[in-house]
Ligand binder design. Structure first.
Ligand code: HEC
Length: 155
């Protein structure tokens, strides 16, 4: 205990301030995770901010009929209102100003939308233009099923 106090007394004011504000943030934020805070920061940018290693994440689910059928159902429930029934970006809640960005069938956009990136986009969403984050509503497995289905629309 004494040594812990010694270590604390040795810390610079900046480090202490940082630790205290982090502790405060944790208390105030409660269930708001650091990841959510980071995602919110990323969402203020005008482009998607995707971590460099996002593409390294591979879909853990097999791309078979059962996965695609599950993904299709989840897509209809969560994505269709904006992206449209066939993923063309023509759902009732679509943002007409970003119709091209919302077209999930565009093969020209496949290279920059590998599975890991699509997962990241769905999990974290973005603010401008608006696409909600689904990390609170769906499990990772559900999102991977949607990824498999969404990627099948591009072929
Ligand atoms: C409220 C409307 C809305 C909902 C709901 C929504 N999206 Fe989006 N989505 C958007 C908008 C707007 C964009 C364009 C953002 C941009 O690229 O700047 C987008 C972009 C995307 C992209 C990137 C496309 C590209 O070529 O870069 C993917 C992938 C995507 N959405 C998948 C999904 C999936 C899957 C779901 C359901 C889990 C979903 N979206 C739900 C509005 C929505």
């Amino acid at each position: 205990m004494a040594s812990a106090r010694y270590i604390i007394s040795c810390m610079s004011h900046t480090v202490k301030a940082l630790l205290f504000s982090l502790a405060g943030l944790t208390l105030v934020a409660g269930t708001v995770s650091i990841r959510t805070v980071a995602a919110a920061a990323a969402q203020t940018s005008t482009r998607w901010t995707i971590p460099a290693n996002a593409d390294e994440e591979k879909n853990p689910l097999p791309t078979n009929a059962a996965t695609l059928a599950g993904g299709k159902k989840l897509f209809a429930a969560n994505c269709q209102r904006c992206h449209g029934p066939a993923g063309k970006g023509d759902g009732p809640d679509a943002d007409p100003a970003h119709a091209a960005d919302m077209d999930l069938t565009n093969t020209a956009r496949a290279a920059r939308n590998l599975d890991g990136t699509v997962f990241y986009k769905i999990w974290n969403g973005r603010g401008t233009p608006k696409m909600p984050a689904f990390s609170d509503e769906l499990t990772k497995e559900q999102v991977w099923a949607i990824v498999a289905y969404a990627q099948s629309l591009r072929k």
